[in-house]
Design a protein around this ligand. Structure first.
Ligand code: FUL
Length: 485
């Protein structure tokens, strides 16, 4: 009798434990480096080189090295601006299509070393990487495979030159958080296009910098979003099929890059690169975008499961111009005014139509997968339902009415991307409900722009999830700058 009781107890206890197990990952999942990368959200791109002095977008490769002559280069200023604007990393065009290297690359004779700038002793990679380290901002590089200067370009020998170029940049400047490979593949000095050895470029990069996230049209770390206007798809899967694909002409269509592949085999999230100015390089005649435009870009990138890489080009002095840095401070102030006040945290109750436990222990709240974790600040706590559940809702209840027009929802991406359809309802004063948004994917972060509503009850319905939904955050915010959309 005693024995039976004991085994029953063990079975029940076992059941309780299994019921509390976290969901299994669904589909492809990000590497830890990709998760860290996605959490950066906002990075700064710096296009800088001979074009800064000639006004060209694509240099010819024949520019005299002396053209590059910043009179007051100060990479600490770049880092200060980046930090104050809330950027977590900076990516520098170490070599653009003109082939000019901002560091004394031994593989080229078209570099800072051949210029009179600082008597040929200057090294922008050195200065920026050190300034980043000092300022605790991550450092990344853009190195264009297309090279309009390299004499070997267009022949198999160039791939070897390019590999040694990468190796040099990847071994001498500390940790590189992202390696940016441009898909542009034009003609070299001999009028030929290069057949790139992408496999070896990627393999060597990861050997030298194992945690680097490699950007290209097809990853493997992250992908181009398919346009340069700062617009990620409203539906955006972090999954992509890349079998038989390459950056450039053989890349997936721009629409596919924008939305990802529903059943994509690889985890290759979208990165949205766009310039604060009309061009990628600085020009005296051009000016930065307005705060409103920047906010829209933010919602269309970070708010749509993408990372925003905003280009802020240093000028011909080697400094970020005052008007750009001022605009960035305004942008930061706008983001803070919206996102520093998360009204969801005021909820007195967060309930779910389902919670991942079949035991009756839910009276001892909060349990591990309780919807209450949706409004805390810990990235690794989340609401999850039972495995069999594909649609569910959570409700936030408030004592006093809350007024908002932005709803933030986040999936816990270390377990994959699951949600394919959701909607948001709020309760009207008379007790009826109305729908304020109907959307598709969520991913790492989704910010939904809604009408301005005042309510005491909000419900987020997951209408269709590919496996049990796993959400780690819901936030409610008021944007008075862009207002209703
Ligand atoms: C493009 C390049 O051709 C542009 O000049 C710029 O560098 C942009 C970020 O990528 O493919």
């Amino acid at each position: 009798m005693k024995k039976t009781f004991l085994s029953l107890f063990i079975v029940l206890f076992g059941l309780m434990l299994t019921a509390q197990k976290p969901p299994k990952p669904y589909g492809p999942v990000p590497t830890p480096a990709q998760v860290e990368w996605q959490k950066m959200e906002l990075n700064m791109f710096c296009h800088f080189g001979p074009n800064t002095f000639t006004g060209l977008e694509w240099g010819e490769g024949t520019e005299a090295e002396d053209i590059f002559n910043p009179t007051a280069l100060d990479c600490n200023q770049w880092v200060t601006v980046a930090k104050n604007a809330g950027f977590r990393g900076i990516i520098l065009t170490a070599k653009h299509h003109d082939g000019f290297c901002l560091w004394p690359n031994p593989e080229s004779d078209h570099t800072v070393r051949e210029s009179t700038w600082r008597n040929g002793k200057g090294d922008v990679l050195r200065e920026l990487s050190e300034a980043c380290r000092k300022g605790n901002v991550k450092f990344g590089i853009y190195i264009s495979p297309w090279d309009r200067n390299a004499p070997t370009y267009g022949t198999p020998a160039y791939n070897k030159v390019f590999l040694r170029t990468l190796k040099h940049a990847h071994t001498n400047y500390g940790t590189i958080f992202e390696q940016w490979f441009d898909g542009a593949n034009g003609e070299g000095p001999n009028g030929k296009r290069q057949v790139y050895d992408w496999k070896t470029f990627n393999a060597q990069t990861l050997k030298k910098q194992p945690r680097t996230v490699i950007f290209s049209d097809v990853g493997p770390g992250c992908r181009w979003v398919g346009n340069e206007e700062g617009k990620c798809g409203r539906t955006c899967w972090s999954r992509l099929d890349v079998e038989g694909r390459e950056p450039g002409k053989n890349a997936p269509s721009q629409d596919t890059l924008n939305a990802g592949n529903y059943n994509g085999v690889c985890w290759i999230p979208a990165e949205t690169d766009v310039s604060i100015r009309p061009g990628w390089f600085w020009r005296d005649s051009e000016h930065p975008k307005s705060v409103q435009e920047l906010l829209t870009i933010y919602y269309n990138s970070v708010g749509r499961n993408s990372l925003l890489l905003l280009n802020v080009p240093p000028d011909n002095r080697g400094l970020i111009p005052a008007e750009d840095s001022l605009r960035l401070m305004e942008f930061r102030a706008a983001l803070d005014s919206i996102f520093s006040n998360d009204l969801a945290k005021k909820a007195y109750l967060v309930n779910g139509s389902n919670m991942r436990t079949k035991t009756k222990d839910c009276i001892i709240r909060p349990t591990r997968f309780d919807p209450l974790w949706l409004i805390d600040d810990d990235y690794n706590t989340y609401w999850a339902t039972d495995d069999s559940v594909r649609s569910a809702y959570v409700e936030l209840k408030f004592n006093a009415p809350q007024t908002f027009n932005r709803v933030m929802v986040q999936e816990y991406i270390p377990l994959g991307q699951r949600v394919e359809r959701f909607h948001i309802d709020v309760q009207n004063e008379d007790g009826s409900w109305h729908t304020i948004a109907t959307e598709t994917t969520i991913g790492y972060k989704r910010i939904v722009l809604t009408e301005t509503v005042t309510t005491k009850r909000v419900r987020v319905y997951i209408d269709q999830s590919r496996a049990c939904p796993v959400l780690n955050h819901i936030g409610l915010f008021m944007d008075r700058i862009l207002g209703e959309q």
